[in-house]
Design a protein around this ligand. Structure first.
Ligand code: 1CP
Length: 351
């Protein structure tokens, strides 16, 4: 495949771009009527595990909005599923993993054997999406970070206080480390498989790393992501790390070797640029709830984000976390148009 001139990949490499690229986290999902139509017929896991359906849902937001990157439709929890923990999505309650991983004996029930084979539906979906995109839009693969996956595996379900993982962290850190090491191997192998199938960048979602005290974040989350970045280096595909939790965490990821770092909406983007922008490109960071707002305010907030980089490359526009399911579609259309129009002007004025 010849080197493609994609805005998204060029911005990550800080090559000159004529405008800032945009995609949004969770762009394929419940705010889209065409997604809900697919979900009327098929449950969520079936969509993830059927390459034709995953491909269709991946392409929906690209067709509708013309985003500058597609992200494979799947879920981070397919890894625990492939390791042998039972995965269900309960209506209105979100994901459930059982039994919870609490004791050493629970870890021994998990197995890395045949991981790629069990997740081959993901590789097949990637190949299908690449073929459908036909070189017009790049495709991002993804995984959860070891720490974020561990939170779901230990808690068994979404949680507010992270009681069980914190209990393990402080009462038996060796046990948690053992699980994190296993997950690091799983994530690395999974992302290699995705790259070999055709993912042109991979993003690691460290959604829950920020629940750790700053001084433990390095040891229990960043350390393992750095290992993953290092092991993926030979593949020459950009690795993006998205952690939610602020400027201190970004500082700890500065020497991770990641091509790009995600910035959450609570963090000041200019401060982030100053702190880590010289080593990595940055992605973000519009507050997702701005999209509930009125047009003038959405426009102003977009301008604030774009002005941090002005005409410079090294920025991919995104939300500071996933889009919420009840965001009005017309505000997403407005967002994409505004980002494109405003950034073309910014780039041509000075460039
Ligand atoms: O249709 C439905 O009812 C299922 C809703 C849904 C969707 C659309 C879930 C369940 N996952 C997804 C897709 C998904 N998940 C994508 C698709 C690609 C995209 O368009 O972005 C991605 C990248 C994810 C990743 C994911 N899943 C994360 C990390 C990203 C983030 O937003 O922080 C996490 C934490 C999950 C777990 C998960 N899966 C689903 C839900 C509702 C949750 C969150 C549970 C919780 O609140 O803790």
């Amino acid at each position: 495949m010849p080197d493609q001139n994609f805005l998204y990949l060029n911005a990550i490499q800080k090559k000159p771009v004529e405008r800032t690229p945009i995609w949004i986290m969770r762009q394929a999902g419940r705010y889209l009527p065409e997604y809900l139509k697919v979900r009327d017929k098929y449950d969520f896991i079936t969509v993830c595990k059927t390459p034709e359906l995953a491909t269709e849902v991946t392409l929906q937001p690209i067709r509708r909005f013309g985003f500058d990157a597609a992200i494979l439709f799947s879920d981070i929890l397919v890894i625990p599923d492939a390791l042998g923990q039972k995965l269900e999505f309960l209506k209105d309650h979100g994901p459930k993993l059982s039994p919870q991983i609490l004791q050493d004996k629970d870890i021994t029930t998990l197995s890395l054997n045949g991981l790629e084979e069990k997740l081959s539906y993901v590789a097949n979906a990637i190949k299908m999406v690449r073929s459908e995109l036909d070189g017009k839009t790049p495709l991002i693969g993804f995984s959860g970070s070891p720490f974020t996956l561990a939170t779901y595996m230990i808690e068994g379900k979404p949680t507010r206080n992270f009681k069980h993982i914190k209990q393990m962290l402080y009462s038996n850190p060796e046990r948690l480390t053992k699980l994190l090491e296993m997950l690091t191997t799983a994530v690395t192998r999974y992302l290699k498989m995705q790259i070999e199938a055709g993912a042109q960048a991979v993003q690691v979602f460290d959604t829950w790393g920020g629940i750790l005290p700053t001084h433990l974040y390095g040891l229990f989350s960043a350390h393992f992501m750095k290992q993953i970045v290092k092991d993926l280096k030979p593949y020459n595909v950009p690795v993006v790390l998205f952690s939610k939790g602020g400027i201190d965490l970004l500082g700890q990821l500065a020497n991770s070797g990641a091509a790009m770092l995600g910035v959450d909406w609570m963090t000041d983007l200019a401060e982030a640029r100053q702190k880590v922008g010289h080593v990595s490109a940055l992605q973000g960071n519009l507050d997702p709830t701005v999209l509930y707002g009125k047009k003038e305010i959405i426009r102003q907030e977009i301008t604030k984000v774009l002005n941090v980089f002005g005409a410079d490359s090294g920025h991919v526009f995104n939300l500071g976390h996933g889009i919420l399911p009840d965001i009005p579609i017309e505000n997403v259309e407005f967002l994409v148009e505004e980002v494109k129009n405003q950034s073309i002007k910014l780039h041509s004025k000075i460039g």
